[in-house]
Design a protein around this ligand. Structure first.
Ligand code: AKG
Ligand code: FE2
Length: 366
């Protein structure tokens, strides 16, 4: 895409951002709906695994999952990514090992600085864990942006011109040929980022919340809703991750359970946002797979074995109304103060599910 096309897209981004700012963030929201006893609500919810599909068409993905806000794992999601063969802990040590990076905690807060090689060697050597085995808070490598202005240039497709020493930016510049827009996502017609003519190439234009994530077994991204309430694709290149996604109707219940406010919540049941049934989806994501985390849904992610993933966010044209309405009702994203996996009553829910504890000797209910 030429200079004018990129500039046109950049103007679209700014226009949409200004429109949302004016119409959503200035709006006064009433109190969040009361939800009764959060833990009872979670225990009564339908508990199921995220469905796996392969070789899905763009149209089928859109109709069955994206438009319905249903999570899904595309098992052959990385089938056309050279990254599958190229990216490994050794590769990143070799190519970027001398860099200094700033790590983040389970709530995206910036923390310690480390030499990339030392950090990667340390996490790559750790043994795998089971979901729910959370040790001390282990740091993540997520975003390392050096200035807002440079970030804007990357998001508008001028990143190749930027001189930078930030790991995320350098990796974005140097790994472009290793990955591409997942094959099941539409080529064009996006509101976020703004692409109304031509195609979206997320490997050339840095999308919202783009990140190359490295994490250790036992590390966690605490319960949250993504900042913009847009969709995310979690593309798993190495290692395994697991966790949960909650239906929109369970946002408050899950949040108060994680924050330890379950019993002080008022007892009246609130309205069902968007008429969705209460549902908790459990996921287990393996290398080569991509998961859709639908727009606006609450989720928590745990790393089970040394992990490399890539993620970015988006909203397509036909979803925009739904996205906007939900965001106007609920406001921007949030992150809980503690992981929901650590709440004993919630552990009983996920350990007690037959989906979880099938063994050769039959079912063991905890
Ligand atoms: O992979 C992870 O740990 C978290 C991904 C995610 O939910 C996010 O970046 O918003
Ligand atoms: Fe997220």
């Amino acid at each position: 895409m030429g200079f004018f096309g990129k500039t046109w897209n950049a103007l679209g981004d700014v226009g949409l951002w200004a429109f949302e700012e004016a119409s959503i963030y200035r709006r006064k929201r009433g109190a969040q709906p009361a939800h009764g006893d959060a833990l009872a609500r979670l225990a009564a919810a339908e508990y199921r695994n995220v469905v796996r599909v392969v070789d899905i068409s763009v149209a089928e993905f859109r109709e069955r999952y994206l438009m319905r806000n249903e999570p899904v794992i595309i098992s052959d999601g990385l089938r056309d990514w050279p990254a599958r063969e190229i990216w490994s802990f050794d590769y990143f040590c070799r190519e970027f090992g001398d860099m200094s990076v700033q790590l983040q905690d389970a709530g995206f807060r910036p923390g310690a600085r480390a030499e990339l090689r030392a950090y990667l060697r340390e996490i790559a050597a750790l043994p795998a864990v089971e979901l729910g085995q959370i040790g001390a808070e282990l740091d993540y490598l997520r975003y390392t942006y050096d200035s807002f202005f440079k970030h804007l240039l990357f998001t508008w497709g001028f990143g190749h011109l930027v001189n930078t020493r930030s790991f995320s930016f350098l990796a974005f510049q140097r790994l472009r040929e290793h990955w591409r827009r997942p094959y099941f996502l539409p080529a064009g017609g996006y509101r976020i980022p703004w692409v109304q003519a031509g195609e979206l190439h997320p490997n050339q234009r840095m999308c919202q919340d783009w990140g190359l994530y490295f994490s250790a077994p036992g590390a966690c991204t605490r319960l949250h809703v993504d900042g913009m309430r847009s969709n995310a694709v979690l593309c798993q290149v190495a290692g395994r991750k697991a966790g949960w996604i909650f239906s929109a109707s369970l946002e408050d219940a899950a949040r108060s359970a994680a924050d330890g406010q379950a019993t002080s919540a008022p007892s009246a049941a609130g309205p069902e946002p968007r008429g969705q049934a209460d549902r908790i989806w459990r996921f287990d994501l393996a290398p080569g797979e991509i998961m859709l985390i639908p727009k606006g849904l609450t989720h928590e992610v745990h790393t089970l074995s040394p992990s490399i993933s890539l993620t970015y966010n988006f909203v397509t044209n036909p979803e925009y109304r739904d996205y906007f309405q939900f965001k106007a009702e609920r406001g921007p994203g949030w992150i809980a103060g503690a992981p929901i996996a650590a709440v004993p009553e919630f552990a009983r829910i996920y350990r007690g599910s037959p989906l979880r504890v099938e063994t050769s000797g039959g079912l063991h209910l905890v």
